[in-house]
Design a protein around this ligand. Structure first.
Ligand SMILES: *Cc1c(COP(=O)(O)O)cnc(C)c1O
Length: 396
């Protein structure tokens, strides 16, 4: 019999009842060190006191009003995002997937208004993840996500990852936009080199194609800059943001330049929940905290500390790990074993990690993780790796 909850996930048999900072407490009282943060969502840890205060204050006042009215909380968060980024304007969503939908629509509408309605090609990259809507799966194009769900939305073309020459050969007068994650998350914490990101920007400038960056996972302070593309010194025309921006409240945002957004006039897009006062009040608090230069510097310092520990871990367990990659507190451990086995071994050591593609174990701790918790995490990962080694040697 089908479970009452649609069985689309392979769930671990653990349920949590409480969270505090970097820790989650399970039903049986066991405390787990959380290096997954609900997939880069709980950027400020669980039950962050400042966010709880903001949420409860707003909850006692006003949760939801329709977008047929002005929403001051939304205007405030939009003002903040515009002040701190390349963007001139912002649309709020409830998820990352919805930001992909709007980014695609915005790019198509831009060319339509320029009299090039058939300029619909959007270039994406292999290993990409942009969400689970019909548009977003067509964009990423991976067999695993699209099989059985056709016919797919036309216009997307996936290019090989790490082959910038192939990209430069592919972009042309029919390219409406390029959609890229500066760091692939689901794809295995694969960092697009700064030089490649700059060449993508240059190619977009040359052809007029809009550059859409998907910073749903790598954005909002995760890399030690407010947004990951800042490291490369280039800006997108459209940026997708979600996950960390709500600190756990479902919230996403599409940021755009005035030019890229020029086709999005009244009536061309909308959302019932998107940008509701509750979500935007929390989002503004998250952004205020994370965008502080001192906070971002701390992310960088702690990332260095964790990185050092992980390099040592990899060196001492060469049969389990191949290397460390990523940027800031978005870290991938390339494995020689199935990452899912390491996730399971982690449960036994009471540490939470996340598997990703390309045989990678993902570490996305709360940005507020302490030095002591980093040391604790390294110890527990060490113990998890030792468990794997034991099973390797006993199976020989
Ligand atoms: C998670 C993710 C999405 C989709 O976000 P949802 O909130 O799950 O819809 C899109 N792009 C990237 C890079 C992501 O990591």
């Amino acid at each position: 019999m089908i479970p009452t909850v649609l069985p689309t996930y392979n769930r671990a048999p653990i349920a949590f009842v409480k969270g505090e900072g970097s820790w989650l407490t399970a039903e049986d009282g066991t405390r787990y060190l959380d290096l997954g943060s609900g997939i880069a969502v709980n950027a400020l840890g669980h039950a962050n006191p400042a966010l709880v205060a903001t949420l409860t204050e707003q909850a006692g006042r006003l949760w939801h009003v329709s977008n047929v009215y002005r929403v001051p909380e939304q205007e405030r968060l939009a003002d903040l995002l515009v002040a701190k980024t390349f963007a001139d304007t912002v649309f709020f969503t409830n998820s990352g997937t919805e930001t992909a939908e709007l980014a695609i629509k915005m790019a198509r509408k831009y060319w339509y208004e320029k009299g090039e309605a058939d300029r619909i090609e959007i270039l994406t990259f292999e290993g990409a993840f942009h969400g689970r809507s019909t548009g977003a799966i067509a964009a990423a194009g991976s067999e695993k996500m699209v099989k059985g769900f056709g016919p797919l939305m036309p216009g997307f073309r996936q290019l090989p990852w790490g082959d910038i020459a192939a990209f430069e050969a592919a972009i042309g007068p029919k390219t409406a936009a390029v959609m890229v994650e500066p760091i692939q998350g689901e794809g295995g914490i694969r960092v697009m080199p700064d030089a490649d990101l700059r060449r993508i920007r240059e190619a977009c400038d040359r052809t007029g194609a809009l550059l859409i960056m998907d910073e749903v996972q790598c954005g909002v302070g995760r890399t030690g800059r407010l947004f990951a593309h800042e490291w490369a010194g280039v800006t997108p025309d459209i940026m997708m943001v979600a996950k960390g921006i709500g600190g756990g409240f479902p919230l996403g945002a599409v940021l755009a330049t005035e030019k890229a957004a020029s086709g999005m006039t009244p009536g061309t897009h909308g959302s019932t929940y998107g940008g509701n006062p509750l979500g935007c009040a929390v989002g503004a608090k998250v952004l205020e905290i994370i965008s502080e230069p001192d906070f971002l510097a701390e992310v960088g310092r702690k990332a260095g500390l964790l990185r050092q520990r992980l390099e040592a871990l990899v060196a001492s367990h060469p049969d389990v790990f191949e290397g460390v990659r990523g940027q800031g507190l978005m870290i991938g451990l390339k494995c020689r074993v199935a990452p899912a086995d390491l996730v399971t071994a982690g449960y036994a050591e009471h540490i939470l990690t996340v598997a990703a593609a390309d045989n990678t174990l993902r570490l996305l701790p709360p940005l507020t993780i302490s030095d002591a918790e980093i040391a604790e995490a390294a110890g527990r990962l060490e113990a998890a790796a030792a468990r794997i080694e034991q099973s390797l040697s006993s199976s020989q």
